[in-house]
Design a protein around this ligand. Structure first.
Ligand code: TTP
Ligand code: MG
Length: 362
């Protein structure tokens, strides 16, 4: 099955927070950075609103130059405490859409929604909901790229800013990328682009059309990496590198909604196996087992059972899930999605291999 990855990146982040908190700045060129001192200031721009970008202003530009180009702009010093607060709120919202979450910088994050979608139109719907949620709860704009790999999703999120949603499918991404300048690829900046330009490679299409051997010969390792990116080769997972996981879960959407118990059982088995790979690898034990079930028309239920001791037992989880599932087995509606979540962790705990005889629940 294909992967669906979203890269979310806030629009003109620092400036957006200032505009939210000072509505009189809306629609105006707002520049965050050093004091311009009427053109004599030192230092650079952190970021600026899209209205300021019309004058050619951008992050990293000397503030004196910005002032010459846009003397009527609203120049503000950064206020990191407020930006951090907004960033935390945004990340909390994005995280609610998938456990497979990874924050990039202060204003960007990836989530993988492969187990929640059947096709890109559904991934796009998730992106729309995230956008709406952030707009309503935090009051700033975000652009989202949706693609089969992390690097393609990152390229996509930048293509239709501000407030854009860009979808690359496995079938159409090459066509959508082919005429773009190679600096659209993360990691190719002003300096490295010169090496590519010198070999006649200006567009992403030029790059993806060359053979990998040639690229490696010309540009070594970096060349290989960017060639793979534009050819859709990037197996990196969306994972939080730091911080403790509070739960492990997986869910699957059926190709078509179903009543068939054998199909449902087999899905539970697959999901359970997948989760226990992580459980066993990381020696995690858990006390709470949760069933998630979604019927046609998105009606969703969860049922949990918490045990008085820690467990690390694949079979036990399956039995518990089937037991929790009984409540729904007489339901006349078709099932769209099933999921399992394990939580209430302890690492390296003397977990019990249980059997149904000591099946004690509280
Ligand atoms: P970016 O996401 O690169 O920029 P942005 O959010 O302002 O604009 P865009 O709509 O193009 O995404 O960076 C996020 C924040 O990081 C930005 O608001 C300010 C800060 N920043 C700097 O302080 N200096 C810099 O050179 C850059 C690139 C960003
Ligand atoms: Mg941004």
């Amino acid at each position: 099955m294909g992967r669906f990855i979203l890269h979310c990146d806030l629009d003109c982040f620092f400036a957006a927070v200032e505009i939210r908190d000072n509505p009189q700045y809306k629609g105006k060129p707002v520049i965050i950075g050093a004091d311009p001192k009427e053109g004599k200031g030192r230092g650079v721009i952190s970021t600026c609103s899209y209205e300021a970008r019309v004058f050619g202003l951008h992050s990293g530009m000397p503030i004196s130059q910005a002032y010459r180009r846009c003397p009527h702009g609203i120049y503000l010093r950064p206020n990191f405490t407020r930006y951090l607060k907004a960033s935390k709120k945004v990340m909390k919202i994005i995280k609610q859409y998938s456990e497979d979450f990874q924050q990039g910088g202060i204003d960007e994050a990836y989530i993988e929604v492969s187990d929640k979608c059947r096709e890109f139109s559904e991934a796009k719907m998730i992106a729309e909901r995230i956008q709406k949620d952030i707009c309503e709860k935090v009051g700033i704009g975000i652009s989202i790229g949706c693609a089969p790999t992390k690097s393609l999703a990152k390229i996509a999120s930048d293509l239709n800013k501000p407030n854009g949603i860009t979808v690359f499918t496995s079938e159409n991404y090459k066509e959508q990328l082919k005429d773009l300048d190679i600096t659209r690829i993360p990691g190719i900046g002003k300096k490295s682009k010169v090496y590519f330009y010198n070999k006649g490679i200006r567009t992403i299409g030029n790059l993806s059309d060359i053979s990998l051997n040639h690229i490696i010969k010309f540009f070594g390792k970096q060349g290989k990496w960017v060639w793979q990116i534009v050819n859709g080769i990037d197996n990196r997972k969306v994972k939080e590198f730091h911080g403790k996981r509070k739960s492990i879960s997986a869910e699957r959407t059926f190709f078509t909604d179903t009543y068939d118990f054998n199909e449902i059982l087999s899905r539970f088995e697959t999901i359970n196996k997948k989760i226990h790979k992580t459980v066993n690898k990381n020696q995690i034990s858990y006390k709470t087992i949760t069933l998630k079930i979604r019927f046609e028309r998105f009606q969703t239920f969860t049922r949990s059972r918490t045990f008085p001791y820690h467990i690390q037992d694949e079979k036990f989880v399956l039995n518990t899930i089937l037991d929790l599932f009984k409540e729904f087995s007489s339901n006349k509606k078709k099932i769209r999605l099933v999921g399992i979540k394990l939580s209430n962790f302890e690492k390296n705990h003397k977990a019990r291999q249980t059997n149904l005889l000591n099946y004690v629940c509280i």
